[in-house]
Design a protein. Structure first.
Length: 202
């Protein structure tokens, strides 16, 4: 994943109005528009998970919309507005359809977000985790298929890992780690069945 700053010191509203037309995904980070260029493997991984979620929504007739194109307004602990673009967002359809003419941007917390971890892994493990927790997103996946995070997260030896962070009653994320043949457990999709190995093969 390559990130490049394009401008400086914008609010979230200004960020939405100034999004460039160039290919890529964009985030508002510390007042700057950052362009994200994922690798093909990163994109393939995100698309595979999105399709699996879509199948579950259709199979169980769940009231969710799954998308890879939604921007979310978050805040740092200092109160600075950020604009995050998760690789996958699962949002309640009622919330989504309440403002059908609005931009594909959310001020309210979606149900679930997924980040495919890249070499700048601390963004996902530290910054985004804090912001998503503060916003109150119930479930946050970090898919570290490259095993790039530190051993304190991944263990020794470092293995590809999926973390499912779930908000507890104190609004704090509890991190559940899945590796190898372990099935990933999702509160949002309680009948969902996928092992880390199966995910890595797609």
């Amino acid at each position: 994943m390559i990130t490049t700053p394009l401008t400086s010191q914008l609010t979230f509203e200004e960020f939405l109005s100034q999004l460039p037309d160039e290919e890529g995904y964009y985030e508002l980070v510390n007042g700057e528009i950052m362009r994200k260029l994922p690798t093909r493997r990163h994109e393939d991984m995100a698309n595979f998970i999105l399709r699996q979620f879509d199948k579950e929504v259709e199979r169980l007739q769940l009231n969710y919309r799954v998308s890879g194109r939604i921007v979310i307004r978050t805040e740092t602990k200092q109160g600075q507005e950020q604009g995050r673009h998760p690789d996958i967002t699962v949002v309640d359809k009622t919330l989504w359809e309440a403002q059908s003419t609005a931009y594909s941007a959310l001020l309210e917390p979606p149900q679930l977000v997924v980040e495919i971890v890249s070499t700048n892994w601390e963004d996902d493990y530290v910054d985004k985790l804090e912001e998503y927790q503060r916003l109150g997103i119930s479930e946050y996946w970090m898919v570290d298929y490259l095993a790039v995070a530190s051993r304190s997260y991944l263990g020794n030896p470092k293995l590809p890992t999926v973390f499912v962070c779930v908000l507890d009653e104190n609004k704090t994320y509890q991190m559940n780690r899945y590796q190898g043949s372990e099935a990933i457990i999702s509160p949002t999709f309680p009948e969902f069945y996928l092992t880390v190995e199966e995910l890595l093969q797609n």
